[in-house]
Ligand binder design. Sequence first.
Ligand SMILES: *[C@@H]1O[C@H](CO)[C@@H](O)[C@H](O)[C@H]1NC(C)=O
Ligand SMILES: *[C@@H]1O[C@H](CO)[C@@H](O)[C@H](O)[C@H]1NC(C)=O
Ligand SMILES: *[C@@H]1O[C@H](CO)[C@@H](O)[C@H](O)[C@H]1NC(C)=O
Ligand SMILES: [Ca+2]
Ligand SMILES: [Ca+2]
Ligand SMILES: [Ca+2]
Length: 636
Amino acid sequence: MRKYGLCFTATILLAVICCSLAATFTNDWVVRLKEGADPDVVAELHNFENLGQLHEDKLDDVYHFRHKELEKRHSVHRRDVTELLNQHEMILSSEQDEVLQIVKRNKREERYNDPIWKDEWFLNSEDSGSYSGYEYNINVQPVWDQGFNGSGVVVCVIDDGVEISHKDLAGNFDQLASYDLQDDDNDPSPRYASGEPNRHGTRCAGEIAGIRNNHVCGVGVAHACNIGGIRILDGPVTRIMESKALGFNIGYVDIFSASWGPPDNGKAMDGPKGITAQVIEEAMKTGRGGKGTIYVWAGGNGGKNDDCNADGYQTMRYSVSINAVGLNGDTPYYAEPCASALASTFSSGFVHSIATTDIHGECTKSHSGTSAAAPIASGIIALALQANPDLTWRDVQHIIIRAAVPDKLFHHEGWVRNAANRATHTNFGYGILDAFRMVEIAKNWTNVDPDHRCQSPQLTYNRAIPAHDSITIEIPFDGCDDTDNSVKSLEHVYLELSLKTPRRGDISIDMVSPSGTEMRLISTRMFDNDNVGFRNWRLMTVFLFGENPDGLWRVKINNSGKYTAQLETMFLDVFGTVNAPIETDVSLQKSDDKTVCDTLCGLAEHAYYDSANRCQKCNNVVEIDVKRRNELKNGF
Ligand SMILES: *[C@@H]1O[C@H](CO)[C@@H](O)[C@H](O)[C@H]1NC(C)=O
Ligand SMILES: *[C@@H]1O[C@H](CO)[C@@H](O)[C@H](O)[C@H]1NC(C)=O
Ligand SMILES: *[C@@H]1O[C@H](CO)[C@@H](O)[C@H](O)[C@H]1NC(C)=O
Ligand SMILES: [Ca+2]
Ligand SMILES: [Ca+2]
Ligand SMILES: [Ca+2]
């Protein structure tokens, strides 16, 4: 019985929905009476209510009648009722009211004819209005409107192949930036197979270099750049192959975009070594005419159980580590905490993924993971290099931290402001990379001074860290003051350590800079059962750019496991300059708006930063932050 009952209800429901969807007529009539007729009497006679005259100042004797029994909305045109009305001697004419099929006029045509352009919500808001949350985007349209398109910049996607015949890519394809390391030939096209495991590289390439306004798929961030592909990930990868990929034609390629790394299983702790590390060093010295090759790296998809500081590709200071943020500013479930992440761009979150090219000449709306975020950053950097080809690899990083905007992510807990007045977050780096700011700052950027390197003494501690306990080590540091290596304005900070532990995943490490900026260098990793520990592992942070390293550093090592661990050696290895970079003043837009500021202060636990990273004191939060900083200066 119950089953029938349900069925019945469902049928009625369907019928109701069906009719309401189709409803076009109402229970209202427009009735024109003869002069001298009594509208109330006529209405009553036909089972209507008289709602009064329509347009009384312009028209005589036109009335609005409402039927007393008919539904407010229905699909049937009641000509019978109209006919009856019209037969009445005092009625000249009548017509049933209907729901008009009209839509709001779009403000204007979509800008481009590319079929998935409107699905590329992460590029610009205007034509993707159907996605709520579309105010989260990389703000690239103003850059394109100035004529920047990546032209002349060479980007190479190191991945599982790039479909070079794809109509949205072929016109930008660059053979000189391409190779197939799996088959040892010049054609980096992917291998097609059941389940199509090799669509990743083509999707990444489309985000960077998809041709604009060609009726095919979408629009790449740098839609007129040269795009190449290295096919490497479809099969076993040796270190020699990896070194060939990362060193491919380094005199020619400007940007390598890499969306891969050690397994994101929360156990791996590995990075580029040997010949690969040597090749990368060489690229930084000789690539781009001595200004250094740009390596853009996806932050990793290991989620809360992994940490990008266990990934040596992220921790090498040469790589631009990019994390992901979703539509609406979500933290994607796969995001890894990362003190070496410079900034974030968009990828799949709880709702929409990334629209881009796909293999077999197709398009997709479901590219995802930090894999999809890094290529967007590669495209933005290509635009910046077009605007100013003289930028070194370090200039690019300096500009990224200034171009990243944290404002729209302040609803997340965990922002920390460094002493150079910039907000940082282990999920987002310095915020969402803004293409307009990137290019504006790039245009008139003054090259930073050559970098200095300064290390603290490589001390042997041999200190036990008991189970369920922590130790704090103080590292006095003078930043190599009064020497040729003097660092007064930080860039990258490494903490190198050797630490024995029966279970590496139980260890977390936090650090406080002399200015009192606290950051997590590595989190506990529940799956990391490694029993060797950290062997000269280099944890890295980019969150201290601009701080002075001179003073007392504190490192807290927490052992949340049941075995005693042993700290052996540890030291700081910092890079930076004596003089701080010359700031480029970029005019602010929305963020100077006081209402925006007030809203953000309401959301933010910490002070509000405008887009030039100027601390806005719209609340007392600034003082709170200073208090916390002073507490930290005195210890954890
Ligand atoms: C890209 O920009 C360059 C320089 O402004 C211009 O010459 C070229 O025509 C543009 N290409 C495309 C495809 O828009
Ligand atoms: C560019 O930078 C120089 C030196 O830093 C400065 O004097 C000049 O005003 C800047 N130009 C613009 C247009 O911002
Ligand atoms: C150490 O880590 C554990 C587990 O994450 C945590 O509960 C504890 O508060 C930490 N201890 C210290 C001293 O930070
Ligand atoms: Ca091939
Ligand atoms: Ca296109
Ligand atoms: Ca990882």
